[in-house]
Design a protein around this ligand. Sequence first.
Ligand code: GLN
Length: 198
Amino acid sequence: MRVGVLAFQGDVREHVSALIACGVYPISVRRASELAEVDALVIPGGESTTIAQLAQIFDLYQPIKDRIKAGMPVYGSCAGMILLADEILDASPEQKSFGGLDISVRRNAFGRQVDSFETQISFADGSSELMHAIFIRAPWVERVGHGIEVLTTFDSHPVAVRSKSILATAFHPEISGDYRVHRYFIEEVALPALQQVQ
Ligand code: GLN
């Protein structure tokens, strides 16, 4: 399986390291020819407005949207979660997402109270071990639509969700060094989704 990391802005390097630690050697994606080479894509944490703008400038916005619609497995952390949501709350009117997940996310939702924080959460990957989770100006999920499974909540807000082929977390496992989420994406989301397509 060839996995790409969308490499316009954000913690690209950390996702690359996480994927390598999981035995996958990723491709950096900045142009349509690179997108065409990958079977699955990771959208990093960073600034969702900037990533969306650069995707438009580099003519990747529509191709990514189309690939996601066609079933390409995708994992997005934090800004990546925002970019995968069908609806963004507290966004400027011109902010775009690629969409694909029938959820509404609120940008910077934990913002005013705590801004950024670290905590231990459970993750529904079959392990009972808690996961160290880092939230940086993180969104939360405010509405969960059809076909969405909630994998983790924090303060009763969903912070990790999935559909058949899309995984999104409000926190940053690429920074904590706990790569269970990346492994889960590869083994439980991307591989089964790709096998179904073949
Ligand atoms: N608040 C940022 C956004 O709206 C996301 C922050 C992050 O990815 N750490 O894009």
